[in-house]
Design a protein around this ligand. Structure first.
Ligand code: GLN
Length: 260
């Protein structure tokens, strides 16, 4: 055996050893060993102020993402644990191994893909613009660097608005609810945020409406740590089954279509 070959086979043996070790504390998923932060659990980081995807009602977590995550955990034989954190801390927490996955109506972007892996997408999002009913802003074309635009910090709405109209036009809030509050009290001119939460905020606050023109269309997916391919595969397998047996459609319909 040549020196090179020996080194290569030693390297392979070491990699195998490491992957076997890594699999030890994991639960057994469909696609082989799946390792998670806490054995037997699937820890999901979310920001539960984003209806109808995730919100708190009567002390419980509810919403499309919460239900889909529950089904994924069930299929993987894991117990779902939800951690409610700031939206802009989810990716760092997944990256550092604090949480197994981030699921928060999270849009797949090339920049985020440099830090985390994304599952297959399970929903489509649209960035909408909320204004006061009597606003002089009647279309996206009326937005400019002079518009006071409110966004939820670290979201795609924040990224696009900052790119398109400049940092000084943008005011960042911790949650969409805070941004909408500022709009209701006339502190800002509009809020750029995902369409479904926008509808929920409009329904809950008088005097607001969404512009008919949409700002950007995007796709939602679950993010996982780059070094945990096993978990990503397990999640994708579960998502595939939940899509093909109609479970995801039924969950989405329960929260979206029935609202009218
Ligand atoms: N879809 C948006 C994003 O990924 C907003 C998500 C959220 O606020 N939970 O940035």
């Amino acid at each position: 055996m040549s020196k090179f070959k020996k080194i290569v086979s030693l390297g392979l043996a070491m990699m195998l050893g490491v992957s076997l070790l890594a699999g030890c504390s994991g639960a057994s998923g469909k696609s082989g060993e799946v390792s998670t932060v806490q054995a037997g659990k699937l820890v999901m980081a979310t920001n539960a102020a984003f209806p109808p995807y995730e919100y708190v009602e009567g002390g419980n977590y509810e919403g499309i993402d919460v239900e889909i995550a529950g089904k994924i955990a069930e299929k993987m034989g894991l117990e779902l644990v939800i951690e409610d954190v700031d939206f802009d801390s989810i990716i760092a927490g997944v990256q550092s191994g604090k949480y197994d996955m981030g699921m928060a109506g999270m849009t797949v972007t090339d920049e985020r893909k440099q830090s985390v892996n994304f599952s297959e997408t399970y929903a489509t999002g649209i960035q909408a613009v909320i204004v006061a009913e009597d606003s002089s802003i009647t279309s996206v074309d009326d937005l400019s660097s002079d518009t006071k635009i409110g966004v939820q910090q670290g979201t795609t709405g924040d990224i696009y608005a900052s790119d398109d109209y400049g940092e000084s036009a943008v005011t960042r809030f911790k949650t969409g609810t805070d941004a909408v509050q500022a709009l209701s009290t006339g502190k800002i001119d509009c809020v750029i945020i995902d369409n479904e939460p926008a509808k929920a905020y409009i329904a809950a606050n008088e005097g607001l409406k969404a512009l008919e023109t949409t700002y950007v269309e995007e796709e939602y997916a679950i993010c996982t740590a780059k070094d945990n391919e096993g978990l990503l595969n397990g999640i994708n397998d579960a998502l595939k089954e939940l899509k093909s047996d109609g479970t995801i459609d039924a969950i989405v319909e329960k929260y979206i279509n029935s609202e009218g």
